[in-house]
Write a protein that binds this ligand. Structure first.
Ligand code: EPZ
Length: 417
């Protein structure tokens, strides 16, 4: 595993270009196998999770050609396999989107059980329950999800818990089902809307994405398309937090400001200056953060994927803050390392009480997962002295070229294997 060595305490200043949304790209790549025609995806992030999904399509017999680092041509007509069993698939969460896509296209699927960040139990019961409502038989056996259906017929499905993955997977499974499927209590994240827009660009009929109810009128066929992925709101939020944590001044480019509303609002509450432009946002960090209260919620609430990052920022605020994680039950693994740096944090079940201190102390840190790893990088950047962040492979799963982007902003950072 490689590590970053960071000499922190410097103000990060300059511009950073945000890459395409990882969690939109993962659902869209799975959806791309549902047509026998050409699909061109632009603005995809060059990150490991995306590359694993693309290589899985090749292992299923499809063609994947990189046009540029961020543009890919997928031709899945010969992806005849109904099995997605590439070993690496068990390392990522999004592998399960191949179940919805293969059920739609082939009426059968055998897909490795998903992996992904260890931030809680992460069951898939809502996915399987929804597939069954559409007429599929499903079981989990020997580490695989096995699903098949004579035909898929529409249904009204109320998803018990707001779930990004279940929402996207049930859209995938319904787009070519007979009749009109109604999904209620759906996730409204920008990446859910992007997958729906992508499918509609292929001739699907998905209405209401981004609201509480999505209506999918089944169509017999999906044609090819050329599609550009939306920017990654969590990558953007992470760099916004870096500007605040280092008292920096960063223009974050290629973003959709609306997607960042809950993050901008909190950073302004904490005393930072946030200026919105059409496709960019400028964040100027204040000298000392005000404390605040955070509760993670489904979109448009404060995103769980920003919880570790904002907690790091609150650890040096001028007062006492509270953070409640309401989405995942085990997303505080990074607190151990923050305490090594001197942070005054007390965990009570899924809530944190944080007594802000003037500054942290440098330390050797270890990424427990993707977003916590990014949060520990922020902690190192904002702390005078040399810190190391190990297991940065986790971070590279979701942040394209984070080393280069931080260097560009003036960070004193190097990488060692
Ligand atoms: C997606 O995970 C994202 N991953 C996560 O981002 C993100 O944290 C999460 O959505 C919430 O926004 C991808 O898109 C690849 P959920 P997902 O289903 O779909 C429970 C990152 O950092 N649940 O919305 O797995 C679940 O346990 C990653 O980029 C069930 O109970 O999340 C959780 O408590 C980390 N049964 C809640 O729903 C199910 O069948 C929300 O999970 C499915 C989910």
């Amino acid at each position: 595993m490689s590590k970053f060595i960071i000499n922190g305490g410097k103000k990060l200043v300059g511009e950073v270009n945000i890459s395409g949304a990882k969690n939109a790209t993962l659902g869209i790549i799975a959806a791309a196998i549902m047509t026998d025609e050409d699909v061109i995806l632009d603005n995809i992030p060059d990150v490991e999770d995306v590359n694993i999904m693309l290589s899985a399509i090749e292992e299923m017999g499809g063609e994947v050609k990189r046009i540029t680092r961020n543009k890919v041509h997928i031709f899945a007509k010969n992806a005849n396999a109904t099995m997605a069993n590439a070993k690496n698939l068990s390392r990522i969460r999004a592998s399960y989107y191949f179940v919805g896509a293969l059920l739609s296209k082939k009426k059968q699927a055998v897909v490795r059980m998903p992996g992904g960040c260890s931030i809680g139990e992460r069951p898939i019961d809502l996915h399987l329950k929804g597939f069954k409502s559409l007429g599929a038989e499903c079981e989990v056996k020997d580490g695989f999800i096995i699903a098949k259906a004579d035909k898929l017929t529409s249904d009204n499905i109320y998803i018990d818990i707001v779930s990004v993955g279940a929402t996207i997977n049930l859209i995938l499974a319904s787009v070519m089902a007979e009749g009109t499927t109604v999904l209620e209590n759906v996730a409204k994240e920008p990446h859910v809307v992007d997958v729906a827009n992508f499918l509609n660009s292929m001739g699907a009929n998905v209405k209401g994405a981004g609201t509480d109810t999505i209506r999918i009128k089944g169509v017999p066929y999906l044609h090819g398309t050329t599609y550009t992925i939306i920017p990654d709101q969590i990558e953007a939020g992470t760099y916004m937090t870096i500007a605040c944590a280092t008292e920096g001044d960063i223009i974050i480019k290629n973003i959709i400001p609306k997607h960042l509303d809950s993050i901008s609002a909190k950073l302004i509450d904490m005393g930072n200056n946030v200026v919105e432009y059409d496709e960019a946002i400028r964040v100027i960090g204040c000298e000392r953060q005000f404390p605040t209260t955070i509760k993670t919620l489904p979109y448009p609430g404060f995103p769980t994927d920003m919880q570790p990052q904002i907690t790091v920022l609150l650890s040096i605020a001028n007062g006492e803050s509270n953070v409640t994680e309401s989405i995942f039950e085990d997303r505080f693994k990074y607190i151990v390392d923050l305490k090594k740096m001197g942070a005054q944090i007390e965990q009570r079940s899924t809530s944190l009480n944080i007594k802000g201190i003037e500054h942290l102390k440098p330390a050797s840190l270890m990424s427990p997962d993707l977003r916590a790893g990014a949060a520990l990088v922020i902690a190192a950047l904002m702390t005078k002295g040399e810190s190391t962040v190990d297991r940065i492979e986790y971070i590279k799963r979701g942040y394209e070229n984070i080393f280069g982007k931080l260097k560009e902003l003036g960070a004193d950072i190097r990488e060692e294997n």
